[in-house]
Design a binder for this molecule. Sequence first.
Ligand SMILES: [Mn+2]
Length: 349
Amino acid sequence: MSLRVLLLADTHLGFDLPLTPRVRRRRRGPDFLANYELALAPALAGEVDLVVHGGDVFHRARPHHTLVAMAFEPLRRVADRGIPVFVVPGNHERSRIPHARFASHPLIHIFDRPRTFRLTIRGVRVALLGFPYERHVVRKRMPALIQQTGWLPGQDDVALLCVHHCFEGATVGSANFTFRRGPDVIRVRDVPAGVTAVLTGHVHRHQVLEADLFGRPLPAPILYPGSTERTAFTEMGETKGTLLLEIGTGGPSGPRIRSRFIPLPTRPMCRADIHPRGIDPGALARHVRRVASAFPSDAVLRLRVHGRLRKDAMTVLSAAGMRALVPPTMNVDVQLVDAPRFRVASRPT
Ligand SMILES: [Mn+2]
């Protein structure tokens, strides 16, 4: 017997999606909504037994109710097919789902507190235990939180721990930072015995942890699908996607879990460095236009400007100035490397 689980996380809906935009420019918000829908495609097609959203559904703590309605609409379609959906509130939604009335459906379950959901799928007893993002020293509180879920080993065929946290050994960023002993990092040994797998969001890079910090194999893999879009330039080189889990039961050695990463499309994210020492605004504008034209016209571009600039160069590098120099299909943001206080241009993408 085998179970199929779709795991997605960190969809950050609402990223660069103002309800009433002050300026007309290409926004990245629609990319996030499109990938969310794509991420759910296997569930919408009825190809999985259950769906877990590992948290950070939303980008902001107080999303407008229309965005919440938009976010839960496809989840309701999944649930209407008879496929249960489980949602872990992440840190971006401050550990709770806002306007939760849009999530009210008999098959949509939210980890609004430490708890365990149980269901039987084709004769397989499945437990999903978990808790919302814990902002206070989760490392210390983990054993208590597990206890509060009420889950006990030995009663189910499959037990999935659903959370939104860093675990020891998870890596992020271009410098491959490894989480080890911070107060916000869960020890792998605090994952209770009998758990089949850990399904989690929070770390935006897709990864599957199968060993502890000393290389010893973990009894249960820790699965990060990663975010469904890039929320920062530190994610520049990362492929985004979801995880499809196949959990085989009935074998002699307990459930066996296989995971397959399903990539999602993302626009190219690029960075360019310029050193426009003391040149006049006209020359700077030409230079920026030439540099930007070397990148795909739908790129999300960060222009890193080095050195001191003439005061009158600032209008060129302002958000409006930059929009005049790059294709309208491009997102661009400027970083003044040597004057970080004067960060111009629009919000960082
Ligand atoms: Mn996140």
